[in-house]
Design a protein around this ligand. Sequence first.
Ligand code: UDX
Ligand code: ADP
Length: 463
Amino acid sequence: MKITKICCIGAGYVGGPTMAVIAQKCPHIQVTVVDLNEQRITDWNDPDIDNIPIYEPGLSEIVAEARGRNLFFSTEVEKAIDEAQVIFISVNTPTKTYGKGKGMAADLKYIELCARQIAKVAKQNKIVVEKSTLPVRTAEAIKSILDNTGNGVQFQILSNPEFLAEGTAVTDLLNPDRILIGGDTTSEGEEAIKALVDVYANWVDKEKILTTNVWSSELSKLTANAFLAQRISSINAMSELCEKTGADVNEVARAIGMDSRIGPKFLKASVGFGGSCFQKDILNLVYIAKSYGLNEVADYWEQVIIMNDHQKKRFSSKIVQTLYNTVADKKITFLGWAFKKDTNDTRESAAIYVADDLINEQAKIAVYDPKVSGNKIQSDLNYLETRSIEENKDRVVTFDNAYEACKDAHAIAVLTEWDEFATYDWQRIYDSMHKPAFLFDGRNILDAEKLESIGFIYNGIGS
Ligand code: UDX
Ligand code: ADP
């Protein structure tokens, strides 16, 4: 089968960039991205390309090239499903906030809704591709819904997990380490796998396209994220020990990273990992392990999350302790709110939790982030439901200029590793602050020696 029409349900951080790159690399394929959220679709179609809803380096150029040619953004979900041969499901699967598995299991209500919509609309055979990270054996649930509520047409379910990282989505999509496609081992399953392999083969080396059974593919995604997050929790655990012993975690990371068996990547000690994947996927792994009665396996992976929560708490406690055990009504400026640089995504960002702790201590928080709006910052805090909306508004002020944000602050905390922070005129910032001027570098991106020579009391992670 030759694919000429693709539909993607979900125009978010995964669906948007992935489909933009498929459309750019496969001009012969019509790619339609649909979403229930009308505002999101309007934003993707904004004539001013800088207004598209997701910030990723290089993304707007690709959208500008393909949009209107073979890339379309629409709210007509049913029409797009009906026309496509392949339907990607890229809807969000947050951790459940209610009922059985609350706080651990993935909430599959959006996935189920998609499956029911596809079943209702499809009049021809379709390939349905799971793109969102899903718990192992979700494909089975999707298949059951499709087969039992559909119009008698055949569905092939493939798992094609996304390995892109936000902030580098475009380069990750253009030059992936591998593409993973899981499918049934029947001849129809193999035909569906081949059809999807041929799409990626337009720009990815065939040797990098792995095919497996559906369950291996689903579990590989959770495993990859669990291993990556574990590296961060491991180095963060060492950062605390370094602070006690006089070792420097940056030096330790460099030393161990040169061991080719360990490797240098993903060893940056930080205020803690954030993002929509790591915590959610590990909690999911823990939940699956528990549901099979594998308590030791569950406890083993849960520790990665416990360590991460500890690292965030440790950072806020350090700020309070260093500021003479009281931050009440002191202005503390956050540089960065996004969960990492080069993205406007704030899901599970460490900044949210650190701010929450400091507000509990009655601090006044000022925030500057180059890509995150004040409304988003307020809604992130309100989502925690720790206090009233009015109180959050009263305690947190946002700025669109870092120098303004830092004026009269008692302390600055770097929460995101945006490159621009290292280029600031730090003398000017120092001069405008309360003295002593404290700086807590939650990402170890600033030059400690230089800042100390200006007069800052500098605190990094793990040294
Ligand atoms: C991750 C995976 O990398 C990606 O393959 C998967 O598809 C989705 O989840 P993402 O969450 O976008 O991607 O970003 P990632 O670069 O992995 O960073 C996650 C968090 O870890 C960020 O908060 C980042 O700042 C933090 N981090 C990363 C560290 O604290 N130290 C490091 O060394 C690396
Ligand atoms: P991710 O990081 O996984 O891409 P996002 O939240 O950025 O997550 O994007 C998921 C998108 O999926 C959202 O824009 C949401 O509106 C959309 N969505 C969820 N359920 C459906 C559905 N049944 N039909 C269409 N779009 C949906």
